[in-house]
Ligand binder design. Structure first.
Ligand code: FEO
Ligand code: CA
Ligand code: CA
Ligand code: CA
Length: 588
């Protein structure tokens, strides 16, 4: 029991950092972990059991995809015994997914089916139990690179979005590189299309391409050998890259619904989007563009949320992200003489009232070439903003800047108050405070809540907390528990501070503000994604992404989670190498 007789949910003693050789999920004493869904587990009716030695595009299209990233568990009944799991599948690691010598076209088509998203029904007997998934359930769905999406908002149908296969510019086949995301109050899931550039061949000479990293040499997967749409050097598919890099919205409650790409929210390397309903009902989405020296964005809906779950309210709310104002953040420091990185900031408008606010750019150009439009208004170049998420308890926004080892390099911008460290290998977390608690205000305050690292690189500055903390580096995804504590998952600790990635709890209020405590560590080579904190159920969920990423088919660097002994034949449905897996952690 905690103070005032309240039960303490998810009590734990912080774990020690895990060595990178620990091929296991490390959890605190008194907890256990169970796999919920693994790459290849059959989801759709008729999908075959996983056979990693003979994977096919047809099998994969009915099975859980690869490299699970964003995760939510959406309860669908009052007793909490039924739920929908919604998950992104960011990318594929062909070198450990396929046996050497596999037909290249089979590899490519299977990879298309392993990208995208999954919706899967879960069941359990009572709260606190471990969930099991229901193969073939009614709402189960796979979204892949073949699923039709509708473009909506001001740039839908634009010439900039038309291709030979889609002369309307209104329908795109598929989504990919879906990284983080967010669940909306109306029950849909938003997902960010991030590093889309890597799948295309482009001319690499046009700034509208190069600003997005599109080049002539990047498409190592050679998808264009199977489908010409991945070759943007041709007149037919010059615009195909413009059809990726969006926030997509899916309705997991309706497997027949057509998912949407929202042009009003701009096109960049979207990490994800998280919304909050402002007083007055406007929906405000916060978004990061995960690239070194890129920006933090905000979208404010034109219309307001209609409360309730009636079909009419729902239909309206499904259009909220279709029209609104897009802006980009400028952080101004008040000087370091006060000993802390903090200051004020403003939201610089890119679109307002359906008009471009950037000289020299049409509305469509602002939305399709958002990075270039933003460059014209001098926002603050950040150290790779990943998750940007409002905390519903205190109304503040937390920005995970994962790292930026280029800061201060020759020819690059040097340290600034909001990004104060040169060669920033460990990252930091910015806390933004909307002026007057109004998420539509033009201004905000900010401070650096966490300056990450181990004691050697970060010292003892953690939101004002000066006691011992768990070392933490490369913050990526953030989540909040029912009390508003921040939880941070990491991607990059093995190289930055030589320990496995993990999940950390950090109070943001009270005397323990800034007290970083490690809850979990992921297996060898993996990044910690998800995370979902259900402290009232004493449950935590993480998506273990890219375990054993640097290994090979013949020499796996991880055997998580099936742990087939080296040299042994995998049992039915198992795999000798690593499998990206959604894991639930519960009290033992
Ligand atoms: Fe896919 Fe920015 O991490
Ligand atoms: Ca200051
Ligand atoms: Ca990420
Ligand atoms: Ca990352």
């Amino acid at each position: 029991k905690g103070g005032h007789g309240k039960p303490v949910h998810l009590p734990f003693m912080p774990i020690a950092p895990a060595a990178t050789t620990v091929d296991d999920v490390t959890v605190p004493a008194g907890y256990r972990w169970d796999p919920i869904l693994r790459w290849g587990d059959p989801i759709l009716p008729g999908a075959p059991a996983f056979d990693g030695t003979h994977q096919t595009p047809e099998a994969q299209a009915g099975q859980f995809g690869y490299n699970n990233d964003y995760l939510d568990i959406i309860e669908t009944n009052r007793s909490g015994t039924e739920a929908l799991l919604v998950c992104n599948h960011e990318y594929t690691n062909e070198g450990i997914m396929f046996a050497p010598g596999t037909d290249p076209a089979t590899v490519i088509r299977t990879a298309w089916a392993a990208h995208g998203m999954s919706v899967v029904e879960l069941r359990r007997r009572k709260r606190g139990d471990v969930w099991t998934y229901v193969p073939g359930a009614r709402l189960n769905r796979r979204i892949t690179l073949d699923t039709p999406f509708t473009m909506d908002g001001p740039a839908a149908g634009s010439e900039l979005l038309r291709t030979a296969a889609d002369p309307t510019g209104l329908t795109v086949r598929g989504t990919m590189n879906n990284c983080a995301g967010g669940t909306t109050p109306w029950g849909t899931v938003l997902s960010g299309e991030e590093n889309f550039n890597q799948y295309f061949r482009a001319t690499g000479t046009d700034p509208k391409e190069t600003r997005y990293g599109l080049s002539a040499t990047q498409d190592s997967r050679n998808w264009r050998s199977v489908d010409p749409r991945w070759d943007a050097t041709t007149a037919d598919y010059r615009n195909e890259p413009n059809r990726f890099g969006w926030i997509v919205e899916i309705d997991p409650s309706d497997p027949s619904s057509t998912p949407v790409k929202h042009t009003a929210m701009g096109r960049f390397k979207h990490e994800g989007a998280n919304v909050i309903v402002n007083r007055g009902g406007h929906v405000v989405a916060y978004m990061g563009d995960d690239e070194r020296f890129d920006y933090v964005y905000r979208f404010v809906s034109r219309d307001t949320l209609r409360p309730g779950t009636s079909p009419k309210a729902r239909r309206h709310n499904l259009t909220l992200l279709s029209e609104g104002d897009l802006s980009v953040a400028r952080f101004t420091g008040d000087g370091l003489e006060d000993g802390v990185s903090d200051g004020s900031g403003e939201w610089i408008p890119l679109t307002r009232g359906g008009q471009s606010m950037v000289a020299g750019f049409t509305l469509e150009e602002v939305l399709v070439y958002t990075r270039l439009a933003a460059d014209a208004v001098q926002p603050t170049k950040m150290d790779r903003p990943e998750d940007v998420e409002p905390n519903l308890h205190n109304g503040r926004i937390y920005v995970a800047c994962t790292n930026n080892t280029d800061r201060g390099k020759v020819g690059k911008e040097g340290p600034t108050e909001p990004n104060p460290r040169p060669a920033n290998k460990d990252g930091h977390v910015v806390e933004m405070i909307p002026t007057g608690g109004d998420h539509t205000a033009d201004t905000f305050g900010w401070n650096l809540f966490l300056i990450c690292g181990d004691e050697a690189s970060a010292g003892r500055y953690f939101g004002g907390w000066t006691g011992p903390v768990s070392p933490i580096s490369c913050p990526d995804n953030v989540a909040f528990d029912s009390l508003g504590n921040l939880w941070v998952s990491t991607d990059g600790q093995p190289s930055a501070i030589k320990v496995s990635d993990g999940l950390f709890k950090v109070p943001v209020e009270g005397p323990e503000r800034g007290h970083v405590q490690q809850f979990l560590a992921v297996p060898s080579g993996a990044e910690t994604c998800g995370p979902v904190i259900r402290d009232r159920d004493d449950s935590v969920f993480v998506a273990v992404q890219h375990p054993g990423e640097d290994g090979s088919w013949a020499a796996p660097q991880s055997r998580f989670p099936d742990y087939v002994p080296a040299g042994a034949a995998p049992a039915a449905g198992q795999f000798a190498g690593p499998r990206p897996t959604v894991v639930q952690v519960t009290r033992a």
